[in-house]
Write a protein that binds this ligand. Structure first.
Ligand SMILES: NC(=O)c1ccc[n+]([C@@H]2O[C@H](COP(=O)([O-])OP(=O)(O)OC[C@H]3O[C@@H](n4cnc5c(N)ncnc54)[C@H](OP(=O)(O)O)[C@@H]3O)[C@@H](O)[C@H]2O)c1
Length: 316
């Protein structure tokens, strides 16, 4: 869920719209949102010590910390055809997948594939990918990047009512996520002709880790979209000689800083072209008061393929 708090800040002659982020803990599909700004060309100077970068609130372990990461290198003009809310669905999950697949910065965790915003578009034709949880926010961008990189087939698991959405994001095959693991792996083999070259787990629960590890061929590669399950991943991947890593999406860490600067320069063009696109979203009415009910829906698996957004300035 994203806290959308447009706040105008004067900085020299620039007006910047900020989107504040909510980081949920111990909630299903917890996510961090990022900011895309609609406004002037950002040619002014900001730095990480600017007042925008601070913790907003500390609450229980569920509604937790938020942080603004307004660094000038992260600001790009949002194409006019996208709403502000559509724009903010893109940034964080899109970046998480991009870091893990394409970052070339030595310190980052990445498969170091050729970035499709440089000369890597279509380069991985003939390679197969399996994405567990295509309807998650991260999953929808894993599908988009896989398509841009040329992967095929692009196989994913989801609730089947999301099939059309996920095909529009890049999936070639959508499998029912409720099927037993063995059945899914058999179907993956039938579609791809073998186990896949690359598996991407965007859900990262014990069963999805087991599934993604089972779906990848010996010597293949696996990405998990969040840390916390390293022991299990190591146990399952070691016997098959699978290279694995964690998708780490924060732009502001020392490790990641600057790693996607090439992408961020090209991002408005990729959005304009329609090859990177927003995910479906729902704006909850009532500002911050809508957060508990939104979290409850997430906990109860009642949010499917959607990003929930609230506007804190609408709080009464
Ligand atoms: N969002 C981000 O910016 C971000 C960035 C970095 C890391 N992460 C991490 O990545 C993970 C996913 O976050 P998210 O925000 O992308 O999730 P999300 O959109 O909140 O996830 C909700 C979706 O999860 C799917 N799902 C739940 N269990 C599943 C299963 N067993 N198999 C397949 N699909 C399943 C559901 O798919 P159906 O509706 O099809 O059933 C549902 O639509 C989290 O661990 C998060 O912390 C997120």
């Amino acid at each position: 869920m994203l806290l959308g708090l447009p706040r105008e800040i004067e900085c020299k002659s620039f007006r910047v719209m900020l989107m504040r982020n909510l980081l949920k803990r111990k909630c299903p599909g917890s996510s961090r949102g990022g900011a895309m700004s609609r406004g002037a060309h950002f040619t002014g100077r900001f730095n990480s010590t600017s007042p925008f970068r601070r913790t907003l609130c500390r609450r229980s372990d569920c509604l937790a910390i938020t942080e603004n990461m307004l660094l000038i290198q992260h600001c790009r003009k949002l194409p006019d055809r996208l709403s502000f809310e559509e724009g903010v669905t893109i940034f964080s999950p899109m970046s998480t997948v991009a870091f893990s697949l394409y970052s070339q910065k030595p310190e980052t965790e990445s498969l170091r594939m050729s970035p499709p915003w440089e000369d890597g578009r279509g380069k991985y034709a003939g390679k197969s990918i399996f994405i567990s949880g295509g309807a998650t926010q991260v999953g929808q961008f894993a599908l988009q990047w896989a398509r841009l990189s040329g992967f095929g087939p692009i196989i994913t698991t989801a609730s089947l009512h999301n099939t059309e959405l996920l095909k529009s994001q890049g999936a070639t095959h959508v499998l029912d996520r409720k099927l037993p693991q063995d059945t899914i792996v058999e179907q993956v083999k039938a579609i791809a002709g073998d186990l896949v070259d690359l598996s991407y787990d965007t859900v990262v629960e014990d069963d999805t880790i087991a599934l993604t590890a089972a779906a990848v061929k010996p010597g293949g590669q696996l990405v998990v979209s969040i840390h916390g399950k390293e022991e299990l991943v190591t146990k399952l991947t070691k016997p098959k000689g699978i290279q694995w890593m964690i998708g780490r999406g924060l732009q502001s860490t020392e490790q990641n800083k600057g790693a996607l600067s090439g992408l961020l320069r090209k991002l408005p063009g990729l959005i304009e072209e329609g090859v990177i696109k927003p995910t479906p979203h729902e704006v909850l009415k009532g500002g911050l008061r809508a957060v508990p009910a939104g979290l409850e829906r997430l906990r109860n698996n009642q949010v499917s393929g959607l990003r929930l957004i609230v506007h804190p300035h609408e709080t009464q």
